[in-house]
Ligand binder design. Structure first.
Ligand SMILES: Cc1cc2nc3c(=O)[nH]c(=O)nc-3n(C[C@H](O)[C@H](O)[C@H](O)COP(=O)(O)OP(=O)(O)OC[C@H]3O[C@@H](n4cnc5c(N)ncnc54)[C@H](O)[C@@H]3O)c2cc1C
Length: 297
């Protein structure tokens, strides 16, 4: 019988002293080395034999990866190594980006969130990542240090498939930056899991809504869907509908249907494709209704 958990293989732990050193090492050992932050995805993959690596490169603590900075003019920067529990309780995030805290709080357990990071959640590129949607709708941009120097990667073009991103060997994400949220923005993340603790989402729906004078409806809604496509999904038709038509229960239902139509889920152990599609509609409707209520309170 195949052992699904063959155990951690022997490999070398590398702790570089600088980003340059880490990047050079990773580039020189493409295919046999990976960077890690909390390690909550990496160690599971290694234990289960899904990855065969010679080296695991610890990039925590290098050049600002451990800090959270907020500037009331420029916005927020979360270092790549900052554990989710710090994101959840940080006063500037709770006050200005509560959606990030709300999404992070749904990830597994308190213990896991002491290690797991938002950047790790994004770089893991699972369509089920719980914090990815919040990062997308809040306009998050990754700051990357690579063999050719520093660059930024917007999340809109970051994901290439399950577990696949635009990052190449030697690229290290150092932090994620967010602009100030739009005035009056209200967010909501609804996660449907098999239980309340420590399970990945069957469907995840993130919504951010705010007044916007440039749209016909007077509002703009950003939506991101988890676990219903090979990559995190932005149902643009639903977003456009909500910008064009006066917001009402009917418009919300129409947008929720458009989100369902955009979803291309698969059957897996957590749920069937059909169930997922219907839950996209129901939860998008719920999230939009919750946000709309708060916007008009
Ligand atoms: C028991 C358990 C329950 C879980 N439950 C959930 C859940 O409810 N919701 C959820 O979304 N996830 C869940 N996960 C998955 C995991 O915890 C998250 O994806 C977490 O955010 C990963 O963060 P990390 O810092 O541990 O990443 P790591 O394991 O360190 O890295 C993840 C991936 O990102 C890459 N990477 C890490 N840092 C960098 C960097 N700086 N630059 C470039 N690439 C990098 C790594 O090479 C790897 O491919 C669970 C995992 C476990 C083990």
């Amino acid at each position: 019988m195949i052992n699904p958990h063959p155990g951690l293989p022997e490999l070398d732990y590398i702790k570089p002293a600088s980003l340059e050193e880490a990047s050079k090492f990773l580039a020189a050992h493409a295919g046999e080395a990976k960077p890690f932050m909390g390690g909550t995805d990496c160690f599971v993959r290694l234990r289960d034999g899904a990855w065969e690596l010679k080296y695991l490169v610890d990039v925590k603590g290098l050049d600002g990866t451990n800090t959270i900075t907020f500037d009331s003019q420029k916005g927020l920067i979360i270092g790549a190594a900052v554990p989710m529990n710090q994101v959840i309780s940080h006063p500037d995030i709770v006050k200005n980006y509560p959606l990030l805290s709300e999404a992070a709080r749904t990830v597994a357990s308190y213990q896991l969130r002491n290690r797991a990071t938002i950047v790790g959640n994004i770089c893991n590129a699972s369509p089920a990542g719980d914090t990815t949607g919040a990062c997308i709708v809040l306009g998050g941009v990754l700051n990357v240090f690579g063999p050719k120097g520093k660059r930024t990667e917007p999340l809109s073009s970051f994901f290439k498939g399950p577990g696949k991103t635009v990052l190449e060997a030697g690229d290290i994400v150092t932090s994620i930056s967010f602009p100030l949220p739009p005035n009056g923005a209200v967010g909501r993340y609804i996660k449907l899991g098999r239980n309340m603790l420590s399970d990945l989402s069957i469907v995840g729906v993130t919504v951010l809504g705010y007044p916007d004078k440039t749209t016909k409806s007077g509002y703009r809604f950003k939506i991101a869907l988890a676990s219903v496509a090979p990559t995190p999904l932005v149902p643009t038709q639903a977003e456009e509908l909500l910008a064009e038509k006066a917001i009402s229960e009917e418009t919300i239902m129409e947008a929720a249907q458009a989100a369902m139509d955009a979803a291309t889920p698969i059957d897996d152990v957590r749920g069937s494709a059909r169930y997922r599609k219907y839950m996209v509609r129901n939860l998008t409707r719920q999230a939009l209704t919750d946000v709309w209520k708060k916007l008009t309170e």
